[in-house]
Design a protein around this ligand. Structure first.
Ligand code: ZN
Ligand code: ZN
Length: 390
């Protein structure tokens, strides 16, 4: 089967893909609890795939053998929903990041290969990954070998604000790495009129905040990095010294090797802020997503060619088999744990346009549009065939 006949096959699988997307949407499960989700995808795929032993319990990794079994092409979809406090949502969770759409797209692309008995150039590995949100489980999954033996790895993320069905990408750094800091300043409370009897944790917390802001101004100016204190809590009355103060914030950067030096500067700032005081400092410094998404230029090119299609499209721009490619110049400072796959295997994370009027990701109004499934399936099928991999 040639790459272009895929398009005619998509209509057949689309109804099933839409149904799967709705089923997944109606049964959201948060990070590392994707049991039902896993079962549903497994039953959608059927028994013809080769399934790998789960690496992290709720992951599902299926392989479709190709002519060359010595290396594979890995395609990834994330599985988890976001926790929500809103009681109108079932299960305390909702698919506000569109991972239901990612799964339906990848599962349908896999079924296209199986249903049409296609033998691709190389084995295709379909990686359904748990815990992308908060848990950053992509790191562990990659460390446990989910991408072992892969020559390329691809993933897509649905993106509100881009034209429906378009593809957007950028070579090199595309999504930022992040750290989070949570500092607790422990003093001793007391009457505000007698500061000598208490130990006020607020001045050191305020000192730290100002020094962090100064660091931010420097690194933002020179490298576009972010050091952002986002919460400062402590005390509630004008005449009471509080026992504690808390300062929380986040760090974003785009060069992998910058993480260590930013962490060092921030740790120094906190140490300095309590120097010569008796305030106790507890600093929780978290680095779950400490790698930026780095897209490989040659794999970006493969994604571009997949969007274009080949052969009988006749080069006409209005051909529906052609997908518009948007070359992005700005970097997202949000993090994506596909970064850990891309640190092991050359690949590309690209965006799939969900339409200009769509509410933003992680908002309660967000719902992955079914109209974006077909172009997503087309992209993943073409990447699975691997005709441009060389
Ligand atoms: Zn998200
Ligand atoms: Zn997401």
């Amino acid at each position: 089967m040639s790459i272009d006949t895929f398009h005619s096959q998509i209509a057949g699988i689309l109804t099933e893909a839409i149904a799967l997307r709705h089923e997944l949407h109606d049964h959201p499960e948060i990070a590392l609890n994707e049991w039902e989700t896993r079962k549903r995808i497994r039953s959608f795929l059927g028994d013809e795939f080769r399934y790998l032993e789960p690496l992290m319990e709720t992951d599902l990794i299926a392989e479709w053998p190709g002519r060359d079994e010595s290396e594979c092409i890995a395609l990834r979809a994330d599985m988890d929903a976001l926790p929500t406090d809103d009681e109108s949502f079932q299960y305390g969770a909702m698919h506000a990041c569109g991972h239901d759409g990612h799964m339906a797209i990848l599962a349908a692309a896999a079924r296209l290969l199986a249903d049409n008995r296609i033998v691709p150039q190389r084995t295709v590995r379909f990686v359904f990954q748990p815990g992308e949100e908060v848990a950053g489980a992509g790191r562990e999954l990659a460390a446990l070998g989910a991408y072992r033996g892969a020559r390329s790895a691809y993933a897509l993320h649905g993106w509100p604000g881009l034209p429906l069905g378009s593809v957007a990408l950028k070579e090199g750094a595309y999504f930022g790495a992040s750290h989070h800091f949570r500092a607790l300043f422990r003093g001793r409370g007391g009457h505000g009129a007698y500061p000598e009897k208490g130990l006020n944790p607020l001045p050191p917390a305020a000192r730290a905040l100002l020094m962090l802001q100064k660091l931010h101004d420097e690194v933002f100016e020179s490298r576009g990095e972010v050091v952002n204190a986002c919460a400062l809590n402590g005390g509630s009355a004008s005449n009471v010294i509080p026992d504690e103060a808390r300062l929380l914030g986040t760090v974003r950067y785009l060069e992998p090797e910058r993480g260590e030096s930013l962490e060092e500067s921030i740790r120094d700032i906190f140490a300095d802020s309590v120097k010569d005081t008796s305030i106790e400092l507890e600093l929780d410094y978290e680095k779950t997503y400490d790698l930026p998404v780095m897209n490989n230029p040659s794999r970006c090119d493969i994604v571009r060619r997949a969007a274009k299609g080949r052969g009988d499209s006749g080069g006409q721009d209005n051909d529906i088999r052609r997908i518009t490619v948007i070359e992005e110049e700005t970097v997202e400072r949000g993090s994506e744990d596909f970064a850990f796959a891309l640190a092991k295997v050359p690949g590309c994370l690209f965006k799939l346009g969900l339409g200009e009027g769509m509410p933003p990701l992680h908002s309660t109004g967000f719902d992955f549009p079914d109209e974006a499934l077909a172009p997503g399936i087309l992209m993943m099928s073409r990447l699975a065939l691997g005709e441009d991999e060389g």
